[in-house]
Design a protein around this ligand. Sequence first.
Ligand SMILES: Nc1ncnc2c1ncn2[C@@H]1O[C@H](COP(=O)(O)OP(=O)(O)OP(=O)(O)O)[C@@H](O)[C@H]1O
Ligand SMILES: [Mg+2]
Length: 261
Amino acid sequence: MSRHDGPNTYGGPGPAAPRESVLRAVALTRTYGQDDTLVWAVDGVDLDVPEGQTLAVTGPSGCGKSTLLQLLGGLDRPTEGEVWLGGRRVDGLGERALARLRRRSVGFVFQAYHLMDELTAAENVELPALLAGSPARRARARAAGLLERVGLAGRARALPAELSGGQRQRVAIARALVNEPLVVLADEPTGNLDSAATADVLRLFGELRAAGQTLVVVTHDERVAATADRVVSLRDGAVADDLLLTPADTPGLPGLLDWEA
Ligand SMILES: Nc1ncnc2c1ncn2[C@@H]1O[C@H](COP(=O)(O)OP(=O)(O)OP(=O)(O)O)[C@@H](O)[C@H]1O
Ligand SMILES: [Mg+2]
């Protein structure tokens, strides 16, 4: 079976996933290697993330958390199974369509920040907006607004090397939001941070949650998992536990993200 067997519905009408589902995995599988070295990094995961949900993914090292997140965000391709984003099947997309989808619809936050060293905080936040075709003035205004929201208005011209780890991660969160993504995917976002910086990131995630932003966070940190609506535990690439902490219909505070640039 090839990954290209599935229908490519991006941009077309195509069959729709349930409307309220922002992100959906169906029998998602990713193996590495072959024969003796075959590893089932993700092994038949079914997952449905409704709009506005904050989902924490936990589990021991090597259980497949990062691989799952990369499949969900189109950074990697499944060996088998389906990924649906915003009601469209995306696992069969070509490279260009997938890159476009990642840029416009997914905001990534990584443990190691992955900022561009030679760009200022503001330029790092602007870049994905410019790449998505936003006019320069609008991208600049949006970046400024987001840096203010993450408490870094005064450091907009700083280079990453001039910022603390917590400040870098807040820049990365602002960058993840610049194109108003359908979903923010974060892999161990507090893994390199001390308690104070972790608290800053958790406060920001709390604001996103209140604003109705769909968020998937891979984490070892119980403090992070405790702030989620739902906690999915992985073991050996499969879902071992799926715990709903907050009922799906808990109202957020709409409008927090709907500000004008
Ligand atoms: N590129 C790769 N090539 C081969 N095996 C890989 C590759 N990436 C991951 N794996 C294997 O897939 C499994 C899942 O890895 P993954 O990085 O998803 O785990 P994780 O849960 O994120 O772990 P951690 O908590 O340590 O970050 C592991 O057995 C890992 O060794
Ligand atoms: Mg990982």
